[in-house]
Every structure is written in C-alpha cells, then in structure tokens.
Design a protein around this ligand. Structure first.
Ligand SMILES: [Zn+2]
Length: 170
C-alpha cells in the first residue's frame, strides 16, 4: 500500500542538494587509488594526460561509472543516478500550486474560504458522481500539497535518510 508519499502521481525523490555529497575537487591531489570516507572505500580513477597529472574521478561504488560527485543516502555513497536523486530544477509541482488547486476545488464544493473550513453537504443540483469526482480531486490536491511541502522543507525524507544506521560508522 505505501504511505501518502508513495501515491502514483508524482513521487517523492530526494534532491541532490538535500543529501551530503563528496566533490572530486577535494581529492584532486590525492595520489592513492582509493579513499576511505566514513568507513566506506571509494575508488578513484584518473583520465591520463600526456604530460602527467590528469583529471580525477570517483568510481561510483554502485555502478562503477566515473563521477565527479557522489551522494550519501542511507549511509552509502553512490552517484545521483544510482540513488535516483533528482536535481532541484526537476522539482515537479510546487506546494503553492497544489495548495491553490486545493483551495479552488474546495470553493467549487461550496466551502467557506480557508484551509480548514468544512466541506458542506452535496447540493441537490449536483450529481453524486460529480460530488465524488470533486472530492477525490480535493484529496489528490491535499496530498500533492503535503508532498511538495515535505520536499521544499527538506523535512521528512531527509530527516529519515539522516537517521538511518550507517554500517561501519562509529
Ligand atoms: Zn552509480
């Protein structure tokens, strides 16, 4: 079943700016082939250059691809793709949009303005099917607003991710 955040319209995915990350720029001068960060061994690769030196990369511990940035979710480092992170620009429906939609549908149902005003009984002229459709749309908008709010405030999922037990961490 899942919870309210696992509905099929729009999913809650962590965004790249919501989780701790490692940038290769910090390790540019490291000569070793691996580094150990928070108890996790991460391989480094080098793009050889003719005259020595060369660009360094992480090898994603999950897919093995060269990456300039790794992200830590649930105590594990991997690339944004492996963690299925989305970039902030990919953020879908904003909380404000969902909230406006919620209030508009409430108004169509005849409720007084305000978030918490009750929904009045179905008027005589409206079919049961229409009342039901509007009520479902209202519920949908409410869930969208909650989801978007949780994302924007970096709250629920991020707090959860940060409280995961970390294997190998003391
Ligand atoms: Zn990966």
């Amino acid at each position: 079943m899942g919870n309210i955040f696992s509905g099929n319209r729009g999913r809650t995915r962590l965004e790249t700016d919501e989780v701790p990350s490692l940038s290769i720029s910090r390790y540019r001068l490291v000569e070793d082939d691996t580094i150990v960060v928070k108890g996790e061994r991460i391989a480094l690769d080098r793009n050889p250059r003719y005259l020595g030196g060369g660009e360094r990369y992480f090898l994603c511990p999950s897919c093995g691809r060269r990456r300039r940035r790794l992200f830590r979710v649930e105590g594990r480092y991997a690339c944004s793709r492996c963690h299925r992170l989305q970039y902030p620009s990919q953020r879908q429906r904003g909380a404000d949009t969902a909230l406006r939609r919620f209030l508009a549908i409430k108004a169509r149902l005849g409720a007084a303005p305000g978030l918490l005003s009750p929904i009045p009984p179905k008027p005589r002229y409206r079919h049961h099917a229409s009342q039901r459709r509007l009520t479902l749309q209202l519920l949908d908008a409410a869930l969208d607003a909650c989801r978007a709010y949780a994302l924007r405030n970096k709250s629920l999922d991020v707090l959860l991710a940060r409280t995961q037990p970390t294997p190998g961490e003391r």
